[in-house]
Design a protein around this ligand. Structure first.
Ligand code: CAA
Length: 248
């Protein structure tokens, strides 16, 4: 059971590259970390690996594209840990392809997993955060939501939508001790980015002034900072972390 001073962080899509780095950093920084997953077999293996490395992280199933599934997950977390202080909306997928060939299914699955999920999870935690006078919503968007990317009409739309959500909810809960922010990572060395064809990936890296992909831990440090009380006055912001690929 968590002690009163231990804040509880829920990371969605925790078993991916970014999610794993966030969970470990937040754990190192003293949080009680709970990890959302969709694929049980992968999650159990992931949990075992984290434990071997000294990270004791409870895992909770939810399909973030489904409102009721998220509600059931959050009920279970509250039963076990008491409450959720920090929600990191990190779960996301890609279904890349030129728009003129994009199927409705590939549009819809990216919108529900990447954008509806933000409503589905946040809606279940926001009122308890307001009641306790503290909360953090951290939405993991993308440089491609800020600037667009060939082959990502679905993904860019969902990621841009996340920040519209951030701005409005930040205004609504600013007086209640709850902050809402977006982080927009550029190309980070995750499986998702490594799935882009090597030739295309190399062209993208050539457009990054720092000449390299970002590290997952570099994003994780920013998440931990936003979760902390040092970031009390930051809300409604969109923080870029992209090696200079998109400046504006
Ligand atoms: N810019 C301009 N034109 C391009 C292009 C580009 N980047 N890519 C392809 N084209 C052109 C092609 O040359 C082709 O031209 P013609 O019709 O004249 O021959 C036309 O566009 C269509 O190309 P394809 O038929 O090959 O298009 P496709 O439907 O197969 O899709 C793609 C191509 C798979 C989307 C490919 O462009 C691609 O992989 N792009 C990268 C997508 C990307 O960056 N994804 C990021 C994933 S990681 C992530 O999302 C994390 C994050 O937040 C950053």
């Amino acid at each position: 059971m968590n002690t009163p001073e231990k804040r509880v962080v829920l990371v969605t899509g925790a078993t991916g590259g970014l999610g794993t780095a966030m969970c470990r950093k937040l754990y190192d920084d003293g949080y009680t970390v709970v990890a959302n997953y969709r694929n049980e077999e992968k999650a159990l293996e992931w949990q075992k690996k984290q434990l071997e490395d000294g990270y004791d992280i409870a895992i909770y199933y939810a399909d973030v594209a489904d409102f009721d599934s998220c509600g059931a997950m959050i009920d279970n977390i509250v039963k076990d840990k008491g409450h959720v202080d920090v929600l990191v909306n990190n779960a996301g997928i890609t279904k890349d392809g030129a728009f003129r060939k994009m199927s409705y299914e590939n549009w819809k699955s990216v919108m529900t997993t990447n954008l509806d999920s933000v409503f589905n999870c946040t809606r279940h935690v926001i009122n308890p955060m307001i009641d306790r006078g503290f909360g953090r919503i951290i939405n993991i968007s993308s440089v491609n939501g800020q600037r667009g990317q060939f082959g990502q009409a679905n993904y860019s739309a969902a990621k841009a939508g996340m920040h519209g959500f951030t701005k409005t909810l930040a205004m609504e809960v600013a007086s209640k001790g709850v902050t809402v922010n977006t982080i927009s990572p550029g190309y980070i060395g995750t499986d998702m980015v490594m799935a882009v064809k090597e030739e295309i990936r190399n062209q993208i890296i050539a457009q990054i002034p720092m000449g390299r992909l970002g590290g997952t831990e570099e994003v994780a440090y920013l998440v931990s900072f936003l979760a902390s009380e040092h970031a009390n006055f930051i809300t409604g912001a969109n923080l870029s972390i992209n090696g200079g690929q998109h400046v504006y």
